[in-house]
Design a protein around this ligand. Structure first.
Ligand SMILES: [Zn+2]
Length: 286
């Protein structure tokens, strides 16, 4: 099969990217040549033969135009998510300095700017970094390696932590840049503990192995962030209030998939948006 990653280099992991355990078992079926496994120690699901950093760079070079921002309907749905997420965040803080890590073209940051926050971004994709820097100061590169002198009241990982090679290094860096009582918002991230993740496995609509390198749950993030001195303030799973949800049809689709799985058949229809698919977590430094 001809896919766009034919030219992109892959690496084989010999241990879990979250806990470094070497014990893993197969998880789901191969997708476009990518193999997912479940860590038998921490239960994270990760791509065993993920794209290399060069491969990911190549992928993200076109990500902005090809995947992320091209579809008008998707942009409208995403803007609605921005409003929901901002409104949750604004229960805790309504002014200060924000750093959006993986800010893409800066669209989510604009919501904070309109509300009076002072905004900064970090972006790994070159085209996106150039676009965002028209509006905000943007640090370009791999977040853990960038020297940043200032501190922030809010640090955002929106749909980011599942994309990065060393998730703990990203989280640790964020913790080091939080001002006292600062907030860390992790949102729009696939939830490894969702019903759909476990039922559908590789047919889960969040299993996108070129760019989603690992599937984490709240329990993984909270244990690690507690060790770093953060506490969990809010745990939310947006679904019914989003424009992705069609609860009646989604329930019927999932019920059919469950029936197929229980009969030992392959699930034929990919997973819809569903309850608990996506996590939104807010932590605070103490
Ligand atoms: Zn592990």
């Amino acid at each position: 099969m001809k896919t766009k990653n034919d030219k992109l280099e892959q690496v084989n992991l010999d241990c879990c990217p979250w806990c470094q355990s070497k014990r893993s078992e197969p998880w789901g079926r191969k997708v476009r040549g990518f193999v997912a496994v479940r860590c038998e120690d921490c239960d994270v699901v990760y791509i065993q033969n993920r794209l290399s950093i060069e491969g990911l760079s190549g992928y993200y070079a076109n990500y902005l135009n090809e995947v992320h921002q091209s579809d008008k309907k998707k942009n409208t749905q995403r803007n609605h998510m921005y409003d929901l997420e901002y409104s949750l965040m604004s229960k805790f803080i309504t002014s200060g300095k924000v750093l959006d890590v993986g800010c893409s073209n800066g669209a989510f940051l604009k919501v904070f700017e309109e509300e009076g926050f002072k905004c900064h971004g970090v972006e790994f994709g070159e085209a996106a970094a150039v676009e965002a820097s028209k509006f905000f100061p943007v640090y370009y590169g791999e977040f853990p390696e960038i020297e940043i002198e200032e501190k922030f009241d809010v640090i955002i990982f929106r749909g980011v932590i599942e994309h990065v090679i060393d998730a703990k290094a990203y989280l640790k860096k964020a913790v080091s840049l939080l001002s006292p009582d600062g907030y860390l918002l992790i949102t729009a991230t696939p939830n490894r503990d969702s019903f759909s993740c476990n039922l559908y496995e590789e047919k889960w609509n969040q299993h996108y192995p070129e760019v989603h390198l690992l599937h984490l749950a709240e329990r993984h993030l909270t244990v690690y962030l507690n060790e770093q001195g953060l506490k969990l303030l809010s745990e939310k799973y947006f679904y019914e209030e989003t424009s992705y949800a069609d609860p009646e049809n989604d329930l019927l689709t999932v019920a059919e998939a469950l029936k197929q799985k229980n009969n030992g058949e392959e699930i034929t229809v990919p997973s819809p948006a569903f309850y608990k698919n996506m996590l939104t977590l807010i932590y605070q430094s103490s």
